[in-house]
Design a protein around this ligand. Structure first.
Ligand code: SF4
Length: 413
């Protein structure tokens, strides 16, 4: 479906005097392209984790197909589609809408975007609803699957419960077994808390026993209605946890890799892709680069930068909603004051990180949502989040490599 409304490029751009840094797509090289399109098929979730930041998880609304088509078409209209685009079905439990919804939705996206790019799909699920029909859909569309599971039953069931207060671990194990039975590879994402840090070996053993090849360790972040991370005051224990996971994943025969450690090794070993903005060369970071990551809510509201922003109340920032695909083009919306204020803050924060942080060359300025929720300032620098997911794993890997080099040299001597 063509979008017939004329696009008014930056019709409402505020004067450059109003903000320190003004958004202009011409300032970016290579040109801005969307890499991740996060679509919210529904805000509803069938369970009720106590660290969840999603505000509307009891709402059963669904994204209409017309909205989904517009979300894709608007990218084309603004020349934001590059060679590859990943669609992430998220921001609610995606498996609470029917299998047939995805067959239709993926077909519509293929019609709009398929001729222009290589399209792939990804689902992050709590796995409680996975059955043979879901496995067939996943195989049919080669969907990449991430399962949310926090490790052994007691760690998991302490937080990931039904609305009636029942633990969900047994149902998740059944879902994972179903995936395995159908030959579907999946990765896992675990939310780690101080209780996990005290059980590093049991945590690692669980994923090894389940045949999970990669586990990501998310910290429970202070975001939206979840006001305080449980990591506050426990960072030394987190460092010991990371060190233990590194030791376990290096043992001969270990099959599970830890996402943050693997990413750190990759950052050390490979050149970091660079994005030029004005005279700056910054490491590629989809959370600080406009429209690299676009989030579209079930009702067509859209945001970019940090995916957690979608639907979160933020007085003074228009709840981080920059427009609605029914009315607005993405770049058209970027000409408005709310976007300009957010962008100016993100640039200030990125420049501050560039000046202050030894890890900037690998990070590129972190996650604006965490700067906002933890420090109350987009222009700020370090957060508990960046220390936990980037700095600490990176430093652990670097220190290990430094220890390995003399050992190898000794062996070679
Ligand atoms: S690690 Fe933290 S302080 Fe350093 S560049 Fe990233 S966000 Fe900024």
């Amino acid at each position: 479906m063509a979008v017939t409304a004329p696009v008014h490029w930056f019709a409402h751009r505020p004067s450059s005097a109003a903000f320190r840094h003004v958004f202009d797509p011409a300032d970016f090289s290579p040109a801005l392209k969307t890499r991740l399109l996060i679509l919210q098929p529904t805000p509803f979730c069938n369970i009720d984790c106590d660290y969840c930041y999603l505000p509307d998880r009891s709402t059963t609304a669904r994204m209409p197909m017309a909205t989904l088509r517009l979300a894709a078409q608007r990218l084309l209209d603004d020349d934001l589609v590059g060679d590859q685009l990943t669609v992430v079905w998220h921001a609610g439990e995606p498996l609470t809408v029917p299998v047939a919804y995805y067959d239709e939705a993926i077909g519509r996206l293929d019609e709009v975007l398929g001729p222009h790019c290589t399209l792939s799909h990804s689902i992050q699920t709590n796995a409680t609803l996975i059955d043979a029909a879901w496995c067939a859909l996943i195989a049919r569309h080669r969907i990449r699957v991430g399962v949310s599971v926090d490790g052994p039953a007691d760690l998991h069931d302490a937080h990931r419960r039904t609305r009636g207060g029942q633990g969900t671990h047994a149902r998740v194990l059944r879902g994972m077994a179903c995936l395995r039975d159908h030959g579907i590879d999946f990765h896992a994402i675990a939310v780690v808390t101080p209780a996990t840090f005290a059980r590093a070996d049991a945590f690692f053993d669980f994923f090894e026993a389940e045949g999970v090849t990669e586990v990501g360790c998310n910290v429970d972040e202070a975001e939206g209605p979840h006001l305080r991370s449980s990591l506050t005051g426990h960072e030394a224990a987190h460092a010991a946890f990371i060190a233990r996971l590194l030791a376990r994943s290096r043992r001969p025969g270990a099959r599970t890799r830890v996402r943050e450690l693997a990413m750190a090794l990759h950052l050390v070993a490979e050149p970091v892709p660079v994005q030029h903005w004005q005279a700056h060369a910054w490491p590629m970071n989809v959370q600080t680069l406009p429209f690299a990551l676009v989030s579209v809510a079930h009702n067509g509201d859209f945001s970019c930068f940090s995916p957690e922003w979608l639907g979160q109340p933020a007085p003074g920032f228009g709840d981080f909603v920059f427009g609605n695909v029914a009315r607005d083009g993405y770049l058209e919306a970027a000409g408005r004051e709310v976007f300009a204020r957010v962008w100016s803050g993100i640039v200030s924060g990125t420049l501050a990180c560039e000046r202050a942080c030894a890890h900037f060359g690998y990070c590129g300025g972190g996650a604006p949502a965490n700067k906002w929720y933890e420090n109350g300032d987009l222009g700020s620098t370090e957060t508990l989040y960046c220390r936990s997911v980037l700095k600490r794993p990176f430093d652990a890997v670097l220190a290990q490599l430094e220890r390995d080099v003399p050992a190898r040299a000794m062996r070679g001597a």
